[in-house]
Design a protein around this ligand. Structure first.
Ligand SMILES: O=C(O)[C@H](CS(=O)(=O)O)OP(=O)(O)O
Length: 234
């Protein structure tokens, strides 16, 4: 199995084979919590306008997302896992637009198959890939707004690569590094509490909490959706 680690929007455009679009803080961690809390499907869209249009045509859809980490006018929620811990989304369709994660999905036009990547389901991702046995895997780190590399996404890519190659991971060390040495995730201290509470850090780094992957599939001619696929651990 050939494994590529790629960076940012250009990396998403170059990605081939089974592609994992990685966004630890916070889009694809939050997406896992949404499915855990009952969401029927998530429609990832690139622009705020597309999100507003979908809501206009489907008043029961729920709008999630941010720009620069901040919840946008008219949105029901931002991009925070902390804010949905006690919320249920049974049978609800979520529309999600974020600065980095959803942009990666939209730009990965050469990928054979796309799944999302985060630490909260990293083990499930490697199990899924091992079962699928693809010739080529692309691990794409979406970073800050898809434009600047971020430690958490690069470390998540390396974690998944190590799992696939049978090498050990030291997640405790990864978490300590992200907490005390890396600048990444600092927007959680700076932004308004209602958009990025500090507790998001721990929710996004609750490694292997979920045993499912999120696969990108067609929704309509125009839009894609994320579908939850449960992966057996053994
Ligand atoms: O809201 C977030 O967590 C980030 C903001 S940014 O990309 O770091 O500016 O968006 P995401 O798409 O979840 O990385």
């Amino acid at each position: 199995m050939k494994i590529n680690i790629l960076q940012l929007i250009e990396g998403a455009q170059q990605a081939k084979g089974l592609t994992v679009i990685i966004d630890v803080f916070r889009a694809f961690s939050t997406s896992c919590y949404l499915f855990e809390n009952g969401a029927k499907t998530i429609i990832p869209v690139a622009s705020l306008d597309a999100a507003y249009q979908l809501k206009k045509n489907n008043s029961d859809y729920i709008l999630f997302g941010e720009r620069g980490g901040i919840i946008q006018p008219g949105f029901d929620y931002g991009n925070s896992p902390s804010h949905i811990q006690n919320e249920r989304f049974e049978d609800r369709t979520i529309v999600l637009t974020t600065s980095a994660g959803t942009q990666g999905i939209i730009h990965a036009t050469n990928a054979e198959e796309i799944i999302t990547g985060s630490f909260v389901n990293a083990g499930a991702i490697s199990t899924y890939i091992k079962k699928r046995k693809p010739k080529e895997v692309s691990l794409v780190c979406m970073g800050w707004g898809g434009k600047e590399e971020a430690d958490e996404d690069s470390l998540c890519a390396q974690y998944i690569k190590n799992e696939l190659e049978g090498r050990n991971n030291d997640f405790k060390q990864i978490k300590q590094f992200l907490k005390w040495e890396s600048q990444t995730g600092s927007f959680m201290d700076l932004n308004e509490e209602r958009s990025a509470p500090k507790s998001d850090f721990d929710y996004c780094l609750d490694v292997n909490r979920f045993q499912f992957v999120l696969k990108v599939e067609s929704y309509t001619d125009q839009f894609k959706q994320l579908r939850r696929i449960d992966v057996d651990f053994y």
